[in-house]
Design a protein around this ligand. Structure first.
Ligand code: BEZ
Ligand code: FE
Length: 314
């Protein structure tokens, strides 16, 4: 038996894994092993440090529930979600509105609402505003009947399910009209801290980071024949627009609240206009999976089923 050393163990692992029948799994796992080994060599990782890392990941896993996905939070705070989203954008047939984080608070089960419905159950005086815009193809063609799902925090900076797992508030699913127009009544979003009471929060605090996200509203937009768009708008005047703890905000997604906009479909209220451009759907979009996920579906393993590779021919 040959002797394994820090210089030879990487190749030994790659050789053993070379029997993997699924070519994409083989490619991804080989790269993961190479980079993980390179990381350990780079920092001369000690056994004690690696156990600390394993303990940390164990705590991250234990924190996960249908309402709390600590692994998504970890991926987000390490910039990995933003990187995967940026890579995803590069594979679109056309350059539409850029992707931003889905985050851990999206829920498939949201109420379908008529255009112009207020999504907040309680509206504090002076906070109400209209959110509207057009959903089009990259060529500007209006997309009628597109589905526009929105969700955001309440005035306390918490999502509904953070307050109570079964509560539904500050979220809704709208459809565009024949001109691609969607109209939502909502309240001014506020910047908020990501959940800091778990292992990811401990990591962020140990790094002396502020943990804040700039004020934003999330979108998930779909129309047959077009690539699903997961994005968010960000308020330009938020002090954390440039240093979002999860690297989701960017200038191209920044908007202002207009005190009075003559084009606003509901006059008399401040408004945010956010137009959304969807790329036509390519072949790759049918298998690349959603950007982010409903955390309760992750716990049930529903996403893994969708992404499972085809069984190998025997
Ligand atoms: C969010 O915007 O909902 C979010 C994104 C990443 C981490 C935490 C929250
Ligand atoms: Fe959010």
């Amino acid at each position: 038996m040959r002797e394994l050393t820090p210089d030879t163990v990487t190749n030994a692992v790659l050789e053993q894994m070379a029997t993997t029948p699924d070519p994409r799994m083989k490619e991804v796992m080989a790269a993961a092993v190479k980079h993980l080994h390179a990381f350990a060599r780079d920092v001369n990782l000690t056994p004690g440090e690696w156990i600390k890392g394993i303990e940390f990941m164990t705590l991250v896993g234990k924190m996960c529930t249908p309402a709390r996905q600590e692994f998504i939070l970890l991926s987000d705070t390490l910039g990995l979600s933003a990187l995967v989203n940026g890579l995803h954008d590069r594979t679109a047939l056309e350059e539409g509105t850029h992707t931003s984080l889905l985050g851990p608070f999206y829920r498939e089960a949201s109420p379908k609402l008529a255009p112009g419905t207020q999504i907040a159950k309680h509206v504090k005086p002076g906070t109400e505003c209209v959110l509207y815009g057009r959903v089009t193809g990259v060529d500007g063609k209006p997309l009628a009947d597109a589905t526009v799902s929105v969700w955001q925090t309440g005035a306390d900076g918490l999502y509904d399910i953070q307050e109570n797992a079964s509560s539904v508030d500050y979220r809704g699913v709208f459809s565009t009209d024949k001109d691609g127009l969607y109209v939502v009544r909502t309240v001014r979003p506020r910047g908020y801290s990501i959940p800091m009471d778990g292992p990811v929060g401990e990591m962020v605090k140990a790094q002396k980071r502020h943990g804040m996200r700039p004020a934003h509203i999330h979108f998930l937009v779909g129309s047959p024949g077009y690539r699903e768009l997961v994005t968010a708008l960000y308020l330009r005047d938020d002090p954390h627009l440039a240093d979002d703890v999860v690297f989701g905000s960017s200038d191209d997604l920044a908007v202002d609240i207009a005190p009075s906009d003559p084009e606003c479909p509901i006059p008399g209220l401040p408004s945010i206009r956010f137009d959304l451009k969807l790329s036509r759907e390519g072949e790759a979009d049918k298998t690349s999976g959603r950007v982010g996920s409903d955390p309760s579906a992750i716990l049930k393993g529903e996403n893994a089923k969708v992404a499972a590779p085809a069984p190998a021919a025997s």
